[in-house]
Write a protein that binds this ligand. Structure first.
Ligand code: HEM
Length: 406
């Protein structure tokens, strides 16, 4: 809802002051926040509505970096900081250094044993995770209205492949063998993302598009963060269950744990991070499922996403096939919102043969009932993993300095 007082604060400039004022002048919302912190990792919390909470450490820090003109220098310096155990580069401003040293620490509740088991899960399920992180979660993000708006009107919004690479980079890092170990990259990726989000919170409110369209004044609240979080692990787990992929209890728990840790490292308060899959489901039913809706921006982003394989040597990652996959994985309603036409051949093939294909791959059926379909699906998954490893991998996450110039 429009809040003129907050808009005036923004127009008057002074980012630090403005962010402080936002936190104080939180909008009254019609629908109360119900999810109880008793279902969170610590099992307790203030119960504050996460739509009124952003990141009170990173946001003022990045506001100050932007005000001081330090962002280009800081981005340049941080480019060489890639490994979790690597010392921070010399020359960073003191306030940023202090923040990073603090933000890079894993939470005390991070469980190394569970993180190890998560590696096993990721290795066993890597073939499915390629398509799920690399495409299905990205497609879902286009029907999360506030995220679609934020992404479309911020710096990287015009380039959907870049947007997918960011989720892919995170998915790749979290799934890698050394994710949270000193030689891994997940901590660095998460902390840099935290800074990038703080940049967006500072910059996007200056965009006239955002000011005219957005239902909230400052983007990427803790609530938005949890919505997007559910489009990742919760949606992945829902889809794997729907496909009847057998997942041992300890691996399912470990997969959740690796994403709980990542939520913390991204600056989400522990009181909003679900403790179990049941808690995650109850929160997703409250925050994710009811808010999915089409927007013109999301439709344009989805359109770009369907061309993900264009110009590349992946014969199965074509627009019609990716459209059929979207309809199959996310359902008719979302596919219709995104104006994705029905694809008779691939649509039918997925409807009829995907279930048996998974059963054969998982050793639950002895022989492929339709061998051609089996090998085609196997190749399809393999092409996603290759796309994921080659095209989508190498990105350097940076603090944006401006919005989408278009
Ligand atoms: C940037 C991941 C939540 C909007 C990024 C980046 C990553 C990331 C890895 C850096 C990529 C880059 O530099 O291009 C995540 C994860 C989230 C999350 C894992 C939740 C668990 C959100 C939410 C929104 C959002 C809730 C908006 C409502 C953005 C925007 C950028 C960004 C606008 C900057 C893109 C640009 O313009 O360059 N995010 N994000 N993110 N994220 Fe998020």
């Amino acid at each position: 809802m429009e809040n003129p007082a907050r808009r005036d604060i923004l127009k008057a400039g002074g980012l630090l002051g403005a962010l402080g004022a936002f936190a104080a002048a939180a909008p009254a919302r019609a629908r109360p926040w119900r999810w109880s912190p008793s279902g969170s990792v610590p099992g307790t919390g203030s119960g504050a509505d996460p739509r009124t909470v952003w990141d009170d450490e990173a946001d003022p820090l990045v506001a100050s970096l932007l005000d001081r003109g330090d962002v280009p220098r800081v981005n340049e310096l941080l480019r060489s900081w890639t490994k979790n155990g690597q010392p921070l580069p010399d020359g960073l401003p003191d306030d940023l250094r202090d923040f990073l040293e603090h933000a890079r620490r894993l939470p005390p509740w991070a469980d190394p044993g569970l993180l190890e088991t998560a590696v096993r899960f990721n290795e066993k399920r890597g073939l499915y995770l390629g398509v799920l992180y690399g495409f299905v979660s990205g497609m879902m993000s286009t029907v999360i209205p506030e995220e679609a708006l934020a992404v479309y009107y911020s710096k990287g919004g015009a380039n959907m492949k870049r947007r997918i690479s960011r989720t892919a980079k995170l998915g790749y890092d979290i799934g890698s063998r050394n994710a949270y170990r000193p030689d891994g990259e997940m901590i660095v990726t998460s902390v840099k993302t935290r800074l990038a989000h703080a940049g967006v919170r500072n910059l996007l409110p200056r965009s006239s598009h955002w000011a005219n369209l957005a239902p909230e004044d400052v983007p990427i609240s803790q609530h938005d963060m949890m919505v997007t979080w559910h489009s990742l692990p919760t949606s992945v787990m829902r889809t794997l269950r729907q496909w009847q992929v057998p997942i041992p209890e300890d691996e399912s728990r470990a997969f959740l744990h690796s994403w709980q840790v990542s939520a913390h490292m991204l600056g989400i308060r522990d009181e909003y991070i679900p403790a179990t899959w049941d808690d995650a489901e109850s929160q997703a039913r409250e925050v994710l499922d009811p808010i999915l809706a089409p927007t013109p921006e999301g439709q344009k982003l989805a359109d770009m996403l369907l061309d993900l394989g264009r110009g590349l040597d992946f014969t199965l990652l074509t627009r019609p096939i990716l459209g059929a996959l979207t309809r199959f994985a996310l359902g008719d309603e979302i596919a219709d919102w995104l104006h994705i036409p029905r694809e008779p051949v691939w649509g039918t093939l997925l409807d009829v043969a995907w279930g048996p294909f998974i059963a054969v791959r998982e050793g639950l059926l002895p022989l492929p009932p339709a061998p051609e379909a089996y090998w085609t699906f196997d190749e399809f998954l393999r092409q996603f993993v290759l796309l994921y490893m080659s095209e989508l991998r190498p990105i350097s996450i940076e603090i944006p300095e401006h919005n989408n110039p278009n």
